[in-house]
Design a protein around this ligand. Sequence first.
Ligand code: NIG
Ligand code: FE
Length: 427
Amino acid sequence: MSQFSSSLLLRNVGALVTCDPTLGAGPVGLVRDAAVLCVGDRIEYAGPAAHLPRVLGEEPLTLDLDGCLVTPGLIDCHTHLVFAGERIDDFQGRLAGDSYTQIAARGGGILSTVRATRAASDDDLMALATARIEAATAQGITTIEVKSGYGLSTPDELRILEVIRRLSRQALPDLVATFMGAHTFPAEARVDAAARADYVEEIVREMLPAVATRKLARFCDVFIDTGAFTLEEGRRVLSQARTLGLGLKVHAEQISQTDAAVLAAELGAISAEHLEHISEAGLEAMARAGTVAVLLPGAALFLRDELARAERFRAHGIPMAVSTDHNPGTSPTSNLLLMAQLQVLAGGMTLDEAILAVTWNAARALDLHEDRGALRRGMRADLALFRCRDPRELIYRFGDSHCTGIVKDGAYHRVESARPWLLTRGS
Ligand code: NIG
Ligand code: FE
């Protein structure tokens, strides 16, 4: 990617998705024949080209979009992208009918990723994650949430969070760190009930205070499900995280119905994620509490489970985000728009909902919606540029990437594989 920075004017924007219905047509706030002016890292103007204010002072760097599409920078609000080792044998075994237990018995499953991640150096983890982040950036993603959770000991979890902090200093997208020491139980904690209880106490008494003191994460996530943490264990971890000032997220109702979504709502979690098996009580609780639903169709498809149905969340007025869940076991992909396409094609989501799910509602799932996820004056100048004429093409042309570049904090970065836009000085 190449970079140009200064005041930046995007002119000849054929379709501008503002994600603010007060600024344009329909739920995505669509403006035709638009312009966007960025000053510093903020949006100064986003709207009809005819109303673009006169630019005073130095001529802005100007991109001619040739009638194409601009959206807010895409936001991938749920990933586990710091890991070593692949799980291709697990994948092949599962396709041949192997159960989770058979896969674990021959050394596969999530604990095999924990072994590979613990054995990898910091630099190896950095290099692996950097490649994944670059692949995401090239698709128009400007913010990525990244969870720990393949360390599962105090030093290993803190090390992964330190790697995320280092990555965030050098990556183009903003990274939002989430602590997930409660991803599963490490082998050492699986010997008996006392070891299991000890691991929960280690999270509560050692990991969380260290994470909070060192400000290594903004959120804490717990996988509450059959084979993972119980509701009571989840409550213990999440309550401590909340006391220490972390926001809460929950992997809920993925494998079975546990009412983890009810707990997420009760504890004031910002989001509950997966939700394929959510109960009506869970939906009602989320609707009452304003919890964002993060749908992860890639993981459901990969595990050959039913996708969470958008109609159920829509009926309760629950905001829906969509994310990759990028991880080696259940969703080895960085293709966020493909996830939105899957949720539309197989999960009952509308085109407008899908676009909002990877922008505005993804920002809400990270509590960043006052800063990004929509294009209006004062918001962060994070944009995605696509060689499309109509926002619906983002879903219609499925499987391919049409991103030609991003604007991050007001600076333009071209996707190298894309044909360049005409770049001039002045309007
Ligand atoms: O989000 N549900 C739990 N965690 C991941 C899977 C992690 C793994 O299998 O490595 C998920 O699907
Ligand atoms: Fe996940």
